[in-house]
Write a protein that binds this ligand. Structure first.
Ligand code: BYC
Length: 471
């Protein structure tokens, strides 16, 4: 399963054995490179960056670290090793051998899932493209670029599946991935959160914490797929995704830490005076990014999701570790809904509730980071607790999208919402303040005033290592 870097497209799928596929992908490659040059990270092409490059897909020692010129980064196609005699583990085909080719009857559903997943990857690169110009440190700049190149590779992963398994319409979908753009009024990205701006580094850390974590849960569900090439591709993507969430978790943690430090030093909550971001503003950013990210799980009750499950295309998180019939035809799951002026829980078919179950698992996982950030605050002796807003707060998709709910979960009227929303979500003033802090700090080891230095460097390097050469 070693990766062949001699090829024009590095890969571990024996691409050279399939000349037609190789040619088709090599034809797509220049368009991708052009897209990266146009809409990838601004002004980065000449920089040498200390990046991790995948050299193997085996667990442990799968990556190489070294300075890479951004314009020469090698994107490739890497699948995790095949599991021998893998079976379909859920739905009506349970127990049958996993599909190596697209099951004809489920072609359009499978294509839709792959396209939706694939579309998010270049979208995030587009959303983050200006951030390098205002990096808080070299360490952070390097992390941003690491995330960006890997999201680019995740697009390759989905484009490979489209080219290898969906013929002409797959190739058309692959082309369309480079035609839709984040926030484009005519050709937007498919999922709403990927059309929002990522205008500043606090938003970036929140995005990598909350939205990349949706990626983790969606990829983990697709990694259970009965369509084996999709499962294998997603398993390898998950390995890379872990670093992205680390960037988010530690990034927000360092902003919290810096704030607490200044609160103690100056005996005040108003750290804006000292160029840091106050806890109340951090809470508003959490409210925003969490609510936008929970929307990405779709409707609470979804026949699409039920169909994907029954067809064996998209499973639950860690499907094989769940002890039940893996059909869900007779089981129930507790789902929140609106009843009069209250939000209550009611049992629903577990099959139609698979999106909601995944959202619940995601929320539990999100809370872990909040606990860590709260520990930083408590250790600084400060009496303040960050929290996740209620699941119904600020929703654009699903049964709460038509009502107004405060972060505590009380249904409120539109007038109250209008009056209070700036207390709950970043206001124009908050955003302008955070933007005002965004000034590039590029000397090795130096940090912007609003963020604490990282606990340690990348790959055992010191924090003042020269992670980026600007040339
Ligand atoms: N925005 O039955 P429902 C990542 C539409 S992130 C706009 O609930 P379904 C990453 C929906 O299309 C992970 N529209 O939908 C992170 C449907 O439309 P139709 C990305 C939405 O399909 C950071 C209708 O509402 N991967 O990897 O069950 C950086 C009914 O909804 C949205 C995936 O998402 C929305 N948020 O659930 C980089 C996995 N939600 O049919 C990367 C693949 C719903 O009425 N996607 N709609 O026209 C899926 O599994 C599903 O498409 C979803 C939606 C879970 C997203």
């Amino acid at each position: 399963m070693s990766i062949d870097y001699q090829e024009k497209i590095p890969n571990n799928v024996n691409l050279s054995d399939d000349r037609r596929l190789q040619r088709a992908l090599e034809k797509w490659q220049p368009g991708y490179q052009q897209w990266w040059a146009d809409l990838g990270p601004d002004d980065s092409q000449d920089m040498d960056v200390y990046l991790r490059t995948a050299i193997s897909v085996e667990p442990g020692g799968w990556a190489n670290y070294g300075l890479v010129k951004m314009s020469e980064y090698r994107w490739g196609i890497f699948l995790s090793p095949a599991e021998q005699d893998r079976k379909i583990n859920f739905g009506t085909h349970m127990g049958k051998p996993a599909w190596q080719e697209v099951p004809g009857e489920y072609r359009s559903e499978l294509r839709r899932l792959i396209v939706t997943q694939g579309d998010t990857e270049p979208a995030s690169v587009e959303q983050q493209r200006h951030l390098g110009l205002t990096c808080p440190s070299q360490y952070d700049l390097r992390n941003l670029f690491q995330v960006n190149v890997e999201e680019g590779r995740h697009l390759w992963a989905m484009v490979y599946l489209l080219h290898a398994h969906f013929g002409r319409d797959g190739r058309e979908e692959a082309d369309a991935m480079l035609e839709r753009h984040s926030g484009d009024p005519d050709k937007p990205r498919i999922l709403e959160a990927f059309n929002e701006d990522t205008p500043d580094w606090l938003s970036f850390f929140m995005f990598t914490y909350f939205t990349d974590r949706d990626g983790k849960y969606q990829l983990a569900s697709l990694a259970e797929s009965g369509f084996d090439p999709l499962a294998r591709t997603c398993r390898f993507m998950l390995t890379e995704e872990a670093h992205h969430m680390f960037v988010g978790e530690t990034g927000v943690g360092r902003v919290v830490q810096r704030c607490c430090q200044l609160m103690n030093e100056h005996k005040t909550d108003d750290v804006r005076k000292y160029g840091a971001i106050d806890l109340a503003t951090i809470q508003k950013y959490i409210n925003f990014h969490y609510s936008v990210s929970v929307d990405l799980f779709g409707q609470e009750l979804s026949t699409n999701a039920a169909n994907y499950y029954t067809m064996g295309l998209k499973g639950r998180f860690q499907e094989t570790r769940i002890d039940d019939d893996h059909l869900l035809s007779d089981s129930v799951y507790s789902v929140a809904e609106v009843s009069g002026d209250k939000i209550v829980f009611a049992d629903q078919s577990a099959l139609t509730a698979v999106n909601e179950r995944l959202r619940d698992e995601y929320t539990l996982d999100c809370q872990r980071g909040l606990d860590k950030w709260n520990k930083i605050i408590a250790e600084a002796g400060i009496d303040y607790k960050l929290s996740l807003p209620h699941r119904a707060f600020h929703r654009g998709i699903g049964s709460f999208s038509t009502i107004k709910v405060n972060p505590a979960g009380d249904i409120i009227d539109a007038a109250e919402w209008d009056k209070r929303q700036d207390d709950w979500l970043p206001s124009a003033t908050d955003r302008a303040y955070v933007t005002s802090l965004m000034k590039a700090v590029t000397e090795p080891g130096k940090m912007a005033a609003w963020i604490a230095p990282p606990g340690k460097g990348i790959n055992g390097q010191p924090t003042d290592f020269e992670y980026v050469r600007f040339n």
